[in-house]
Write a protein that binds this ligand. Structure first.
Ligand code: AMP
Ligand code: GLY
Length: 422
């Protein structure tokens, strides 16, 4: 089967690596890909948002299956356009992708389905948002309602911070149109986890649990990023909690979508907080998480293509996912300055050294080739991922491996997995 994967992040390198291992894949292309995906597939220089060029490539190369990695093309309707060509596509429709692309849509659906989540209000007028914050005068979280690369959420322990957040998002428009609407919600506390599930409209198949680390600095401090590291499984998600998540979150959200006439097909990602009362939803994403996908793909032993095809064909009940029982842990190396401004084009050394360690894989994200040299090309540059007998062992090995890698300004969190090891 000829497969085209859309995207160029660390998630896509991990997906390409697994797809390439499928005996049914005869050709694998990645658009646009990165030097990591080029190790296992053929990169084609087409942007993930250039739909006419993607369609042309599919037609001219007899592509039989398309996998869409990132949220932007999903939210802009790429899956619908490929489905209209009668080509199989993995990823939800534009309507279904609103679950991520429009945080207020997600909130309303959760409210309608009585899914536990933070109390929230929405505003399109900055003055009204200010007024609400002043009256409430309590810790809050301010979120740009649209897509903002994981950086559109500001946790505000004080009203002054919440007012500043509204100013940044709504008046200074740091996330552009994504901040035309804000969602302001109560600040919850508790450990977090990411639960990803394959959904084929009617069947839900939950993957192993994972934990992301979104703030840029150790101890979960500093501004939000797309994710600075992840591990799987997370011990906080016991079997009982997993059942609660399925029953109270995943089943009702998919039911709610179906009731509204929206078929969900692809990966549904729930970002959750385990508060002292119950599991609460922080967000939904319409795709695999980045960097959660890196440890998850390290652990997945089943044929990813088979699973994805089962989603598209509505036969998820016919497949079984096998996982390596060993935990995997991934540490992201970021550019100096990320999640703010950063330089690119800086030479990276040591990737092959790290990659040569047993059960270690370097998934590239913001990288590109300059001649024969891999250089930095984004905020999150790569994710070093290791399997270990325990989370502590996976952590030790991931950090041993990342120490072999260097580029100017490189920074990474030193405490990925700390909470699980305690
Ligand atoms: P989101 O992209 O909505 O998942 O938010 C990114 C991060 O912000 C989460 O992983 C949490 O760490 C934090 N966050 C989001 N919503 C809340 C909330 N209501 N209370 C506390 N922290 C939150
Ligand atoms: N790791 C968080 C995300 O993919 O949105």
């Amino acid at each position: 089967m000829k497969v085209l994967l859309i995207g160029n992040g660390g998630r896509e390198h991990a997906l390409a690596w697994k797809l390439a291992a499928s005996p049914r894949v005869t050709a694998l292309y990645v658009a646009p890909g990165n030097p990591g995906t080029a190790q296992v597939a053929e990169n084609v220089p087409i942007s993930a948002m250039d739909f006419p060029k993607i369609e042309k490539f599919i037609r001219e190369n007899g592509i039989e299956f398309v996998v869409i990695g990132p949220e932007d093309p999903l939210a802009a309707g790429l899956a619908d356009r490929i489905a209209a060509m009668k080509v199989k596509v993995f990823g939800p429709s534009k309507e279904a992708a609103q679950i991520e692309a429009d945080k207020w849509f997600a909130k309303e659906l959760m409210r309608q389905q009585a899914i536990p989540t933070a109390e929230a209000r929405t505003f399109t007028d900055a003055g009204a948002a200010d007024e609400y914050i002043r009256v409430k005068d309590e810790p809050m979280v301010v979120k740009a309602s649209g897509l903002a690369k994981g950086k559109g959420v500001i946790v505000c322990p004080t009203s002054a911070e919440a007012l500043a957040a509204v100013d940044q998002i709504m008046r200074q428009k740091v996330h552009g149109a994504a901040g035309a609407r804000v969602v302001i919600e109560e600040l919850l506390t508790g450990p977090e986890c990411s639960i990803l599930a394959f959904v084929d409209r009617k069947n839900i198949y939950v993957m192993e649990s994972a934990q992301d680390h979104k703030p840029v600095n150790d101890g979960d401090t500093g501004p939000m990023t797309g994710g600075m590291g992840a591990y799987s499984p997370t011990p906080i998600v016991t079997d009982a909690i997993m059942r609660e998540i399925e029953r109270d979150v995943l089943v009702p959200i998919v039911d709610g979508l179906t009731r509204d006439g929206i078929d969900y097909k692809g990966v549904l990602y729930a970002g959750l907080m385990l508060t002292s009362h119950s599991v609460r939803v922080l967000e939904f994403n319409c795709r695999f998480g980045d960097p959660e996908t890196q440890p998850l793909m390290m652990r997945l032993q089943s044929d990813l293509l088979e699973v994805m095809l089962a989603v598209v064909d509505g036969k998820l009940d016919k497949v079984e996912l096998k996982w390596d029982p060993r935990p995997a842990l991934s540490v992201v190396a970021a550019s100096g300055g990320y999640p703010g401004d950063y330089k690119t084009g800086l030479p990276i050394t040591g990737i092959a050294d790290a990659d040569s360690m047993r059960d270690v894989k370097v998934f590239q994200a913001g990288t590109r080739m300059e001649g024969k040299q891999v250089v930095t090309d984004g905020g999150r540059v790569l994710a070093v991922t290791a399997l270990g007998d325990t989370i502590a062992d996976a952590q030790k090995r991931a950090y041993q491996a990342i120490e072999k890698i260097h580029f100017e300004g490189m920074h990474y969190r030193k405490d990925i997995g700390k909470r699980a090891i305690g």
